[in-house]
Structures are given as C-alpha cells and as structure tokens.
Design a protein around this ligand. Sequence first.
Ligand SMILES: *Cc1c(COP(=O)(O)O)cnc(C)c1O
Length: 450
Amino acid sequence: MSESAIPFCDPIACGTAGCDAVVCIGKGVPSNDTLFERTTRAIPGGVNSSIRAFKAVGGRPYVVARGQGAHVYDVEGRRYIDLVQSYGAVILGHAHPAITRALNAAAVDGTSFGAPTPREMKLAEAISERVPSCERVRLMNSGTEATSTVVRLARGLTGRKKIIIFDGNFHGATDALLAAGGSGVATLGLPGTAGVPEEAVANTIVAPYNVVPDIDDTIAAVIVEPVAANMGVVAPAPGFLEGLRAACDRAGALLVFDEVITGFRLGLGGAQERFGVRPDLTCFGKVIGGGLPIGAVGGRRDVMETLSPIGKVFHAGTLAGNPMATAAGLAALSQLTPDVYVEIERRAARLARIIGDAMGGGTTVTRVGTLVGVHLGEKLSGRSPSNFDEAKTTDEPSYARLFHALLANGVALAPGAYEALFVGLGHDDAVMDDLAERFVAAARSIATPD
Ligand SMILES: *Cc1c(COP(=O)(O)O)cnc(C)c1O
C-alpha cells in the first residue's frame, strides 16, 4: 500500500452529534503510531509546536481526531478526559455549539479581507469593556505576536532598550524574550535557545519571580505573567505586582502583564482585576480566540496610539483581526459571565482535591482561581513554590510516570511537568466524578508497578 493510501479519519464524517467511535474513511482505523510516524516524515518531530512533543515524558503522542466538551478522541476512537484544552485556549469545552454556530455563520461570509470588519470592532470593544486598563486594543494572530509587539512598542515609546522579564515566565517564541536566567539574582539574559544571538537578548534582564527587581530609567518595560502559569502554577506573592507597579511608575517604565493564559481565564477582568493592579499594557491570546489563532495587545490610549498608523512603532498582519478568529472569540466571550467563572473555579478546586487525595504526600497542588498546577516530589514538602528555582524541584520522572498512567486510564495532561491543568465549561460534575476515579486508578498503578 502506498503511503498516501493510508486511510485517515475525517472528523466531518463523524457528525456533530457525539459518535463514540471515530468514523474513518478508507480501510480500517489507523493507529496513533502509524499516523504519527507518517506525520514525522512531513513535519519535524511530528508536531507544529514543540511543547506538544512527548520528549519530556517519552513515548508517542495520541493523534486527536476530534473533541467534544471535556473529552478528546484519538484516531483509534479512544476517549480521554482532556485537561489540556489547547493549553487553555479552550474554556467552553471542545466543539461548543456557540462557537460552532458562530464559525459556520462567519465562514459563509468569507474568511479574510484585508479591510476593517465589524467583528474585530466588537471583539476589541468587548475586551475594553471587561478589562478597563485596555482603552485601546490591537488584534493580531498569536500570543507570541502580542509579546513581541509590546517589546517594540515599549522601546519605541520610551526610547529605552532594556526589558525585564522573570525566570520561569513564558512569553512565546520571540527572540528578545527567549532568554534564560541565572540562579537567584537578576542577570543579563543568555540566549534561551540556539538561533537567538547574544545581541537579541543583550537588553533582556532576567529576574527571579516574586521579588521586585531594581528598575531604573534605562528600563523600557517590565513584562510579567501576573500569575505564573508556565512553571506549574505559581501565585504572585502579596505585594509583588503592586511593587512592580510602583517601581515602574518611579522609573517611567511600562508595566506589561502577559495575560495570554490568565486573561478571561481567571475571570472577566483577568489577573489585573483579581489582584487590583493596573498595567500599562496587556497581552492576550488563547481564550479570546475561542480556540482559533489570535493574540491582542491592549492598554492605555496614549501608549497604544504609539502604534502605527497613528504613531511611529510599526505593526501589521495580513490576517490580524481575522473574521473567523474574531467570530469564535466573540462567541466565547458571550458565554463567559461572572457565574461561569464561579462554576469553573469550583471545578478547579475539585480538580485540586482530586489530585491531592489520589496522590497523597509528596505532591504539591497549587491553585489560583481557575488555574491548577501540580508539582511532584518531596522537595517542596507541601509548600507552594514561589519562583522557578523552587518550581524546578519538581520530580520530572515522576511526572512522566503519572502522565502515562493517566493516559492509560483515559486522562490527558500536557506532556510537560510545568504546564497548568485546565478545566472549563465541559467538565461537569459527571466528568469530575469520572476523573476522580481515573486519578485514583492511575495513582494506584504507579504505586504498585506491575
Ligand atoms: C501561550 C503563551 C504565550 C504565547 O502565545 P502563542 O499564541 O502560543 O504564541 C505567551 N505568553 C504566555 C503567558 C503564554 O501562556
């Protein structure tokens, strides 16, 4: 059989009404392994985002055919309770009817024009209404584009070059922010990956999370995850965000909150509302696209109007403010009422209890509102980590064992020990009851290896 004759599953053939087995076109059901193997011959490492690879946990990824609510189905028809939810981009659950309807309606009107459209106006307004610091909003295509745009904007506005970021925070795949820190003190960044020249991070300072660094008048911006959600989940220490605000004000530096995860995940007003600190600029992504590619920068009017075409800092994007992405984003935001966050927070609290009860001692579960993180190993002895040095004490081999035990029991976590766990509108009580049983079974299988 030639390679192209390997049958593949067409999710459309499955229909929208929740079939249990994936319907495949061609002969028989392909295995995850066959499909992934074939993918690796077309795509480096078989993934389009290296974070999705199973490098950290071993083995090969399940290949997703479709999702429904809290669940994803792989191409073999196996169902998993999904705690990845597209790394937090999906909050209503997979294939939520509001999103599907909005996308169907938008698609027939055309998918991209290169001219202003009503939905981009509405989405920008919807963000501004809910996040008061965002007097103006520029839409773009990814969180990475948002963070790279704020770096240029801050430098262009202040005429300063230096940017302060925090060890263990993640701001996407953009050179200036792909800097590795030293240990314990603020240091000049080292290239965080091959391909980033020293020059690209020569003006990036990496400071330990949860300590207000020295901020002087050479600093253009301080960029921070107001709740760190890419080193497990690490809460801001009391006074940390307020301290950054005050120090930035004294130095004339911009305070930027990277709310790509926390925006519309912690609540309608994001982390800035929860902690009562108003940044100059905010980066968004993930939830605001309802599962489609999106990013946004919002902020003070005078700062935002430094962007072209009004101001001198260039920004452009062929697909920016895309009709499909804004349709999905608006549909997502239309469902997200304050009550919904109360409910998701209740589910997150339950998830934290489920993990704690199943795993027992040696596991630290952290939670900030709707965000849940898990840190394995005795080193923290139950204490919540407050920075990357502490978060890094996570026992990665234990995580890999837990990951695979859960996968075998029909629960999907992200294949990395530092990712947050996501629940949303799809994870109703029945799903959470089911999850509790599967967690206990997985924990037991690791405790008594066969
Ligand atoms: C995911 C993420 C990004 C990058 O967003 P992409 O859409 O993946 O480019 C930036 N910052 C934070 C905090 C993120 O979690």
